[in-house]
Structure formats: C-alpha cells, structure tokens
Design a protein around this ligand. Structure first.
Ligand code: C2E
Ligand code: CA
Ligand code: CA
Length: 403
C-alpha cells in the first residue's frame, strides 16, 4: 500500500505563477513528489519515456499549444492508469462537461477545481486519490519489440479467443468475435493492446490478421460440425489490411475453403490513424460487400470511428463503443451519445451491436433499446474456442432467467 503522501503528482498549466502556487500548496499539504510542466505536449513526452506514469495529474483545461481535451486524448491513447484533476477558470458548466467527457473515456477523475484554487478544496480533492486496483498490472504492462511480435506470429504463439454476441430480441447466441491473444512462453497470456499497436506500426499486422482469419474459420468449421450452429464470425481488421488489394482474394479463398458462407463473416473496421487516401480501402470494402461479407464500424463514437467514415464507407453494422453503453442508463451525456448513435444507425439501415454490457443494469437498458445484439462481460468474457460449446448450453438456460 502506498502512503498517500508518496503519490507522484504532475501539474500542467501554461501560467508559471499558477504552477508555483499549486506546487507550493501541495508541498504544504505534505505531497513531496510533485513535478510541474508548462505544456501538455511536454507531459506526454515525459510519460512516454518515464518508467511509470504519475499517480495523479492536475491539468489546466485552457492551454495554448495543446488544450486539455487534446491532452486527455493523448492520455487515453497511452492507457493512462492514474487519476486526473481538472483545473480551469471556466465556469462550472464547462468544467462539468469536461469531467463527463473524461469519464466517458474511462479515465479516473477525482474532480475539478475552479481558479483561483482554494487550498482546502485542493486538499479534499487530492485526498480522494486511491490506488487503482489495476494500477500495478498496468505499470507492469509491457510492450514488445517488433522482432518479438514477428517471431510470435511465425512460431504460432497467437491464439484466438472468442467473445459471444447474443440477440436482444430472442436472447439466442448469434455469433462470436475473434479476439487475438499471445500465449507467451514466459509472460503468460498477453492481451492484444500490448502488441497490436507494434504490429501495426511495423508492417506486421497483415500477417497477424491472416493468422486470425485462418484460425477463426477453422474454429467455425468445427463448431458447425460439433454443434450444428452457423455462427456469425467477426474479425477485427486494420486499415492496413484494407490497403492491400489481395485481401479480398485471401478472405474469400479462406472462407470458401472452410465451407463458411461469406454472409456469416463480419469484418470489423476501426481507423486507428488518419487515412490520407481512402481509395484502396474503399475499393476493398466495396468488393467485400459485393461478395456478401458483412462490414462493421467498430468503436463507434470514439473519434477514430466517426461520421466521415459512415459517409464514405459501405457499412452493414455499427458497434457502439463500450464507453457509450456501460452505465448509459445512469449518465445523461453517455445516454445522449448512445441514443444518437442508435438513431443514426437506424436511419442508415444498419444493424446495431452494443459493446460493454457489463452488468444486469446495462443488460436491462440495452434490452429496452432498439439495438439488435449485445456483447459484454455480463454475457460472457472472451474464451478459448473449446469452451464455447459448454458456454452456449449454460447461456441458453441463463437467458431464460434474464430475458
Ligand atoms: P475491440 O474490437 O473493441 O474488442 C472489444 C474489447 O473489449 C476486447 O478486449 C474485449 O475483451 C473487451 N470487452 C468485452 N466486453 C467487455 C465489457 O463488458 N467490459 C469491458 N470493460 N471490456 C469488454 P481485448 O480482447 O483486450 O481487445 C482489445 C482490442 O484489440 C480490440 O478492441 C481490438 O481493437 C484489438 N484486437 C483484438 N484482436 C484483434 C485482431 O485479431 N486484429 C486486430 N487488428 N485487432 C485486434
Ligand atoms: Ca471489435
Ligand atoms: Ca470496441
């Protein structure tokens, strides 16, 4: 257990006087490990090279070079596991809106402070800090070099786990999403967030995707033989996959070889970085659709998957990001984004999947919505292929009790 006075604090504000004041006040309160920065960019750079991220960041919302909202996006991208306190001279409503936004991104916010910051309010807000249960795991979370990831692909160390999706209308299982894991000989089961990024930036993602596709179709074939079930198989694809013209031939070749119908294969697309030229992805996606594959826009609402993509690309399905599903019934802003996404998808004639249905309250909420299918920990966590049969039998019984 860390002594709360030993927590590492970082304050960022473009006004040097404000920074001095904050540092002094914190020191007077007994917090000795405080660093100050005059720009958010510098903070992100510091986090990138540090051994561990700070436990707590006090951030000004209005900064000239990179504002607080952009800064927050940078933190989300880095999976920042610590807590945040927002500081601003703006009025209460702006601060409240910013706080909601930060929470919707699953960052921990202890509260907001209006300038001029009162020492007793600062003290009370900082005192709310608690070590996140997952902080030690997140700090231990390592990323791997491209060589290591490349070798893992070549040595067949990647395996597919599968997370079921169920119909909100009937409660029946409709499909599974393949989620890749690395069975690391030393580190155990490694989650995709720790190696997909590396694979994407080092040109390894196409090889990885092909392994995932081949594995998923193999498993689909054996489920069909074992359970007589034609499940919808969803695969996550990167923009890089869609930037190679032979992707269509690869997918349709594998699908045919496994005796799976293209209608039962969904390709989930997220844009992880800005695409300059959409011509090749458009060509590839359009041909996939002509071959009756289903195309889904993943993580809708997160900024990576946006309106511009809906306009430009031919999607059949929209997956509402879990940030706008979990607790959407409790939070007005999250609920509003949820409702708008549903309306938009319905108007465009798309099927809707809700991600992140974590508990009974989320489940009851999405059951009342006009969405088609749901996915999330309340239904099932991702599982190895061999576990699916037994899970389906369990679920079919449980579905009767939660319907
Ligand atoms: P995603 O496509 O948005 O997948 C959903 C992620 O949310 C999965 O994490 C899943 O385990 C998690 N999840 C599911 N239900 C819940 C819930 O109720 N609550 C919460 N908090 N989380 C839930 P996972 O498996 O760690 O995958 C992370 C991301 O890695 C995926 O996000 C996807 O973008 C990427 N990824 C996974 N497999 C592949 C792959 O084969 N290829 C590519 N390109 N990306 C992949
Ligand atoms: Ca997905
Ligand atoms: Ca998602």
């Amino acid at each position: 257990m860390i002594d709360r006075f030993e927590i590492t604090i970082l304050a960022v504000d473009d006004e040097p006087f404000m920074l001095k004041l904050l540092a002094l006040t914190l020191a007077n309160l007994g917090y000795t490990s405080v660093k100050t920065y005059d720009s958010a960019l510098k903070v992100l750079r510091a986090i990138d090279v540090a051994d561990a991220p700070p436990d707590l960041i006090l951030m000004d919302l209005n900064m000239p070079e990179m504002d607080g909202i952009e800064f927050m996006r940078g933190l989300v991208k880095r999976d920042y596991p610590g807590s945040l306190i927002l500081v601003s001279g703006e009025d209460e409503r702006v601060l409240q809106a910013a706080e909601k936004l930060v929470q919707a991104h699953h960052l921990t916010v202890l509260g907001y402070l209006r300038k001029p910051v009162k020492p007793e309010i600062l003290a009370a807000t900082v005192a709310k800090w608690q070590p996140a249960a997952h902080r030690s795991a997140a700090a231990a979370k390592k990323t791997y070099t491209a060589e290591k990831v490349d070798a893992a692909i070549a040595n067949n160390e990647l395996v597919n786990y599968y997370q079921p999706t169920v119909s909100l209308l009937t409660g029946h299982v409709v499909g599974v999403e393949a989620l890749v894991r690395w069975r690391h000989p030393v580190d155990g089961l490694v989650l995709p967030d720790q190696f997909i990024g590396v694979a994407e930036t080092h040109g390894l993602i196409c090889g990885l995707t092909r392994r995932v596709i081949a594995g998923a179709l193999r498993d689909a074939k054996s489920w069909r033989q074992e359970m007589r079930l034609a499940l919808q198989i969803a695969i996550n694809v990167s923009m890089d996959d869609l930037s190679s013209l032979d992707f269509v031939d690869y997918v349709s070749g594998e699908t045919d070889a496994a005796g799976v119908s293209s209608k039962n294969v969904t390709l989930e697309v997220t844009e992880s970085r800005l695409m300059q030229d959409l011509r090749v992805p458009l060509d590839v996606l359009t041909r996939l659709r002509l071959k009756r594959f289903r195309i889904s826009i993943d993580d809708f609402g997160t900024g990576h998957s946006s309106l511009a993509q809906l306009r430009d690309l031919p999607f059949d399905e929209l997956k509402i990001d879990r940030g706008f599903v979990h607790r959407a019934w409790a939070d007005e802003t999250v609920g509003a984004i949820f409702d708008t996404s549903v309306l938009l998808a319905k108007q465009l004639g798309m099927q809707i999947v809700t991600e992140g249905v974590e508990d009974r309250a989320d489940w009851d909420f999405v059951r009342r919505s006009r969405c088609d299918t749901a996915q999330g920990y309340f239904i099932a966590r991702p599982m190895p292929a061999q576990a699916l049969h037994a899970w389906i039998e369990d679920w079919e019984e449980r579905a009767l009790t939660v319907a």
